[in-house]
Design a protein. Sequence first.
Length: 198
Amino acid sequence: MPLKVVKRKGRQTLYVRGTVGGESVYECTNTSDPKLAEAFRAKREAELWQASVYGKRAVVTFADAVTGYVNAEPRSKTTQSHLLRLVNYFGKIKLSAIGQHELDGAYAAILTHGGESKGATKIRAVLIPLRAVLEWAAIRGWCDKPAFERPKVELVRMQFLRPEEAVTLVNEAAPHIRPLLVFLINTGARMSEALELE
């Protein structure tokens, strides 16, 4: 039975109900406008037919994959914030449509300095979370395993404080900064890690 727009007793919002390709559907359209509800019904029915003919791989969106990825196991707040920015950019794009060109567009749209951002920033804030979601989805057969060009990272020569320099730095700092400096020097934590520590 194809999908039909139906009304629920006591509700203004319209719903779609029916069976497509053996899958029973009863979903809210999030509108009370019959024309918009009909457009939702047509789009949803087309997606379900496509999924029944070509498999789930053909219709899974990035937002769907992120929802599954986040619900699969607990993710850190940092990971969740990176994923939220990716969902805002990729949203309803199908997983199969995400390639190198779309990744380059994400760098430009998501990062503060756009495509001019440093390689390490691109990798940390966009590439790693995107690849994690796509690999998770590939294991479930929703898309192919991702293959992206890795941005070049400048090799920066690390400079270390000598013990006497560290002591001088701590002694010269404002009193409220000293505990933070001692913590950073003794643990090697990043500033963001130290400030987010509970």
